[in-house]
Design a protein around this ligand. Structure first.
Ligand SMILES: [Zn+2]
Length: 214
């Protein structure tokens, strides 16, 4: 082997090494999941903890399948309300979000999404399902939704609770509010028929783009 061939061989080996390293880094980045921490708060008329966890896991699986993202529930805990002084009426929705945002900040959670599931809001002696979340496509975002097993007329509210949870998670994954139809419609809770509405193609695209999969 000539000196020239030896140099060429070393150069090729070096380039293959670099290429291998790049592929390895790309594969690791690909496998890196979006992590979620959930706090379920005990309270009046709240959905049971096991059911709350189940519908959260179903929601994450839904996004995993619908948007080809790798999303994992990293931590699920049940707590009594750490901020009982925060209002729980319909007019308090934004205040509740900000309170949870600062509470999670104090917890130094090293997760991408922080989510609280709360007992239903109470307004004029009626229970309401609601939710709120920070800006779209912000890894490190905070959201919450409320959940209850049945409303005061005795109708099951689990589908409403699951829909509110999915809608807010959608925001945290990069989808914006849409008018028309689908899961990201602002009035989605009024459109529930047999089951949870699906993401429309535009919302799906927003999430795929936010996850860097487009
Ligand atoms: Zn929304």
């Amino acid at each position: 082997m000539s000196r020239y061939e030896k140099v060429l061989l070393v150069l090729i080996s070096f380039l293959c090494g670099i290429l291998g390293l790049c592929v390895a880094i790309a594969c690791t980045a690909e496998a890196e999941p979006i992590t979620v921490r959930v706090v379920a708060v005990r309270g009046e008329n709240m959905l049971p903890a096991a059911q709350t966890k189940r519908i959260m896991q179903q929601a994450l699986r839904y996004y995993d399948n619908a948007c080809w993202i790798n999303i994992k529930l990293k931590r699920f805990e049940v707590r009594k309300n750490p901020m009982p002084w925060i209002g729980n009426g319909l007019s308090d929705t934004k205040t509740i979000l900000y309170a949870w945002e600062s509470w999670f900040k104090g917890q130094r959670s090293k997760v991408d999404i922080k989510f609280a599931v709360l007992p239903p809001l109470k307004d004029s002696a009626q229970y309401w399902i609601a939710g709120y979340s920070t800006d779209s496509c912000d890894r490190g975002g905070t959201g919450y939704s409320t959940a209850e097993p049945k409303n005061q007329q005795g109708y099951a509210r689990v589908v409403h609770s699951a829909t509110a949870m999915r809608h807010e998670l959608g925001h945290l994954l990069g989808a914006t509010d849409r008018s028309g139809s689908g899961l990201m419609d602002t009035g989605v809770l009024y459109q529930i028929g047999a089951g949870i509405p699906e993401l429309d193609a535009h919302s799906q695209w927003e999430i795929v783009r936010c996850a860097g999969r487009w």
